[in-house]
Write a protein of this length. Structure first.
Length: 294
């Protein structure tokens, strides 16, 4: 009798536990992607394990890919990252070169959009979204190897992260508008025969807050919090400054175009028409971590 009662109690406990587990929201994790929404001038990309290919409007960029804009001053690439509530612009065939500027475009998109200026090399390292049942938690990591990017980052849920690695550190931010440059320069008064160049980085926030780390030529690491309307400049890493008016005007001008429909016809040359030249760069890989701003 006792054995029977014990068995019944065990079954009841298991039943309650199973009921509790079955009511918990299931978590699903998926890898996301980026999509090219505007291109001006020559541009190319390299998918994981592949060779460089021509970049066109509508091209899907998978995590692990590298995107490179052309060296002409007017060249740029705009990317829409991951998920959101708005629709991607649709341009018909993924192989087309000409498109209707406003076809199936939602200007009220709430997606993260990046603007790559000319002569920029950007790695799209990681884009992961986890549905918890209560929210979508995202983890995005970019690798700015060289050049200049501007981003309008959608509001991030609690636990989400958005990071931009670069050769001398990493920047982390919440949903906000940022502007970041990475170039290679010789230090002032550096002897002409001195080996190599130094990495110069700027990181500005016009909305939201970010944290940036920088490792100087002496190996010392500096961490700075960048508040709204502030800029970090690695030439003076111990302080932040107010964004200069000219820089702010340029940022606002680009931001105003990120949610607008494409406004022109893109024609990239057929293979053999012209030879597209890109700067070749080799940059070191530096592993650095930074805490996220809550």
């Amino acid at each position: 009798m006792k054995e029977t009662r014990s068995l019944i109690n065990s079954l009841l406990v298991c039943g309650v536990a199973f009921a509790m587990v079955s009511t918990l929201p299931a978590q699903t994790t998926k890898e996301e992607f980026a999509k090219v929404i505007r291109v001006h001038g020559a541009a190319r990309y390299q998918a994981p394990g592949g060779s460089f290919q021509e970049l066109r409007v509508g091209t899907v960029i998978q995590p692990g890919s590298v995107v490179q804009s052309g060296i002409e001053a007017s060249s740029f690439v705009d990317l829409a990252l991951g998920g959101g509530t708005g629709a991607y612009p649709s341009f018909g065939s993924s192989d087309n070169k000409r498109f209707s500027p406003t076809a199936h475009y939602s200007a009220q998109t709430k997606r993260t959009v990046l603007h790559l200026y000319a002569n920029t090399v950007l790695g799209v390292d990681k884009m992961v979204a986890t549905e918890t049942g209560a929210a979508t938690v995202t983890d995005t990591e970019l690798d700015l190897r060289k050049g200049h990017i501007l981003g309008s980052v959608k509001k991030l849920s609690a636990g989400s992260e958005f990071r931009i690695r670069y050769p001398k550190g990493v920047a982390g931010l919440r949903g906000s508008i940022f502007d970041m440059t990475v170039d290679y320069v010789r230090a002032i008064n550096q002897p002409a025969n001195a080996p190599g160049e130094q990495v110069h980085c700027t990181f500005a926030m016009t909305s939201g807050t970010g944290v940036v780390t920088f490792t100087g030529p002496d190996g010392a690491a500096v961490t700075q919090t960048v508040q709204t309307m502030q800029m970090f400049d690695s030439s003076n890493p111990s302080v932040t400054m107010t964004i200069p008016t000219t820089e702010l005007d340029n940022i606002n001008s680009i931001v105003s175009t990120l949610s607008a429909p494409p406004t022109g016809v893109v024609h990239l040359p057929e293979p053999g028409e012209v030879e597209i030249q890109f700067n070749r760069i080799t940059v070191p890989t530096v592993t650095t971590t930074v805490g996220m701003v809550q």
